[in-house]
Design a protein around this ligand. Structure first.
Ligand SMILES: Cc1cc2nc3c(=O)[nH]c(=O)nc-3n(C[C@H](O)[C@H](O)[C@H](O)COP(=O)(O)OP(=O)(O)OC[C@H]3O[C@@H](n4cnc5c(N)ncnc54)[C@H](O)[C@@H]3O)c2cc1C
Length: 428
């Protein structure tokens, strides 16, 4: 038989990890093909720092060609699978279509913004899932402060200086905590603007970071309040319009900025497979294989992986799980060719880090809660260790930020119409 071909669809945390591990395990005895719409791996946890002007966008990317020697990268977006015929159909970035056959397939297409059926949200809210959206938000936030200076009346000036973040998970909490610092820097450079930026963080839960350790939530809550962020728990958005948002409390908040961080849902491609799903994620067994298709694996946010440490539950949508799914899938694929033995996926949570900007963070490495500067050291160290490349440039930007501050200008590269919230694409 010719070299077996292993096709991995999606080069996020899970896809990148499985490709890297397989390249090491196979020593060239298998052809490893990675299909992804971009030529980079995106380190999502640092995206809030791109949107708030701290990191340049390329910093949070890692070149697939440089980081994955021996892996063939096919630029394309899979649009369908023929599981019986063992082929993947894809569309390349210039609209051409292609087909690739496989002996083993790994589906690692991740997730997209979650929409809720709230009037006006699809039109007026902006999500936070890829470089384009982060760049758009950075420009948009900057522009609001710049245009507030010349606003013809108080009402418009105040609306432009008001930012509403919906969803107080780790993304929304980081965006609000870091966003308020960014806008304060912008205002400081414009002394004629007397308004202090107003940031609201809205969530239906009864606390920020509802899915994380209470101690992390309390630490983040204290920092947010100290910075003046208005935390609206047990509250939802009922309607969005060009003039502002109406909250479930009846309050109308005039704003031009509705930042949507309510979470993610699995990539719609999973649904189109027509296979069993749980919470929208593709059902797999504890070996990460799709039942009935032993040559097909699914991992990361796209897969409903049984959590053997919490029977009956599935693993969370986190980078930590996605990377470890990738390692296990690689070992099980190698085992399917007689190298080593296959193993069930089992992983105990190692803790979480939340960067709140400035010298503040909250973290619970190995269950030990830390906050303030020690948490900041843990958080930044964790990110530098977890990034598969570009570490020196990231550390360089952090150092520059502490020495000379942020560079608050718009680049104007992404228009609002290019990043609609209802877009299914997490791609660029
Ligand atoms: C802003 C933000 C911050 C986060 N912060 C943290 C954090 O601090 N800690 C943490 O643990 N988790 C965090 N997460 C969650 C974490 O990033 C995800 O759980 C993780 O990215 C899941 O990995 P994945 O490989 O399944 O998906 P992704 O990393 O999303 O990768 C999916 C890949 O598949 C590609 N793809 C999608 N569709 C197709 C297709 N049709 N064909 C080919 N390729 C396709 C995408 O372009 C992408 O490259 C954060 C998420 C976001 C959005």
């Amino acid at each position: 038989m010719a070299r077996p071909r292993i096709v991995i669809v999606g080069a996020g945390f899970a896809g990148f990890a499985v490709a890297r591990k397989l390249a090491k395990l196979s020593h060239g005895s298998a052809e490893i093909v990675l299909v992804n719409p971009t030529d980079y791996f995106l380190y999502l946890p640092l995206l809030p720092e791109v949107a708030t002007g701290l990191l340049e966008p390329r910093r949070v990317t890692v070149s697939l060609a440089e980081a994955l020697p021996g892996v063939r990268v096919v630029l394309g977006e899979a649009e369908g699978f023929d599981l019986a015929g063992r082929t993947v159909r894809y569309v390349d970035p210039e609209g051409g279509s292609g087909k690739i056959g496989y002996h083993r397939l790994v589906i690692a297409v991740g997730s997209v913004n979650k929409l809720l059926p709230v009037p006006g949200v699809a039109q007026f809210a902006h999500g936070f899932r890829n470089i384009s959206e982060a760049l758009y938000l950075r420009d948009h936030i900057t522009r609001q402060i710049e245009m507030a200076v010349e606003a013809p009346d108080d009402a418009e000036r105040q609306a432009r200086c008001t930012f509403v973040v919906v969803g107080a998970g780790y993304t929304g909490t980081e965006v609000a905590a870091q966003g308020v610092r960014y806008t304060e820097d912008l205002v400081r450079a414009r002394p004629e603007l007397r308004d202090r930026p107003r940031w609201l963080l809205v969530d239906t839960a009864d606390r920020v970071l509802p899915s994380l350790d209470r101690r992390l939530a309390d630490a983040a809550d204290a920092v947010l309040r100290e910075r003046g962020v208005e935390i609206r728990t047990a509250t939802s958005v009922q309607e969005a319009s060009a003039a502002g948002v109406r909250l479930s409390t009846g309050e109308h908040v005039p704003t031009r900025s509705l930042i949507w961080c309510v979470g993610v849902r699995p990539d719609p491609l999973v649904d189109r497979l027509g296979l069993p799903t749980r919470e929208g994620r593709l059902v797999v067994d504890e070996f990460l294989a799709v039942p009935g298709y032993p040559d097909v694996y699914a991992i990361g946010d796209a897969a409903a992986v049984p959590d053997l440490t919490m029977p009956g539950q599935i693993t969370g949508m986190t980078a930590q799980h996605a990377v470890r799914h990738g390692h296990t899938a690689a070992l099980n694929i190698a085992a399917s060719y007689g190298r080593g033995r296959r193993r069930a996926y089992r992983h105990h949570d190692l803790g979480f880090v939340v960067d709140l900007g400035g010298l503040d963070a909250a973290a619970n490495p190995l269950g030990v809660a830390v906050k303030g500067f020690p948490a900041k050291v843990v958080t930044r160290g964790y990110h530098l260790l977890s990034m598969p490349g570009n570490r020196v440039r990231v550390a360089g930007d952090w150092l520059l930020d502490s020495l000379v501050g942020r560079h608050g200008v718009q680049l104007g590269l992404v228009r609002g119409t290019a990043v609609p919230l209802e877009s299914e694409s997490p791609r660029t």
